[in-house]
Design a protein around this ligand. Sequence first.
Ligand SMILES: C[S@@+](CC[C@H](N)C(=O)[O-])C[C@H]1O[C@@H](n2cnc3c(N)ncnc32)[C@H](O)[C@@H]1O
Length: 196
Amino acid sequence: MSPLWRRIVPRSMRLRSRLRLKNGRWRLATPDRVMLEDVIVPEFLGQEDITRVLDVGVAWYTRTYPRLYRGIEYHTIDVDPAMQRIAGPHHRTLSMTDLATVYPPDTFDLVMCNGVFGWGLNTADQVARGLEASANVLRPGGWLVVGWNDMAGRRVPDLDALAARHFDRAVLPAARADHLVTPTHYAHRYDFFTRR
Ligand SMILES: C[S@@+](CC[C@H](N)C(=O)[O-])C[C@H]1O[C@@H](n2cnc3c(N)ncnc32)[C@H](O)[C@@H]1O
């Protein structure tokens, strides 16, 4: 964004241009967010065996997600205690790497990990620990979605090799592919896996 644009257009107005109104709520309108909310999440909501989900990482633009995931049990964690205030009713302040200290094995049918690898868990070792912890709390056959930015400074090191320790790549029916790349300047993509 040009410095001139920043100077002459108030922040509130710039933000409004990146928002969309959906089901009576303001939501981020970036292509990666629309892909998540309009394609990926509805696919899982339509699967009968998805009844309990863990969403890793909370942000102001995920405040509406308890509603987005309505009809299934929606849990969240965030390592930052400040996120408790804006999270839904089933929230814990916790690192993804420590999931097993709170949740028993086979607790979840889906772990949604969007914007955490590269945004907190950055090294190969940290990513590996996050993946292993997810595998521990997912039932066999449960889904893992990893959303990340395929760009310098955010790229996840060796995601495929690390995930292959516990997960198989899986085709998401709505995407007809095991990954989706969104048309964003930060190259946001989603990769789909199931737990072995
Ligand atoms: C870019 S936001 C992503 C929010 C949301 N998941 C989404 O769909 O965009 C990153 C969030 O992940 C949290 N986070 C970073 N490392 C974490 C970890 N090890 N465990 C849990 N949350 C973490 C941060 O505190 C921050 O709130």
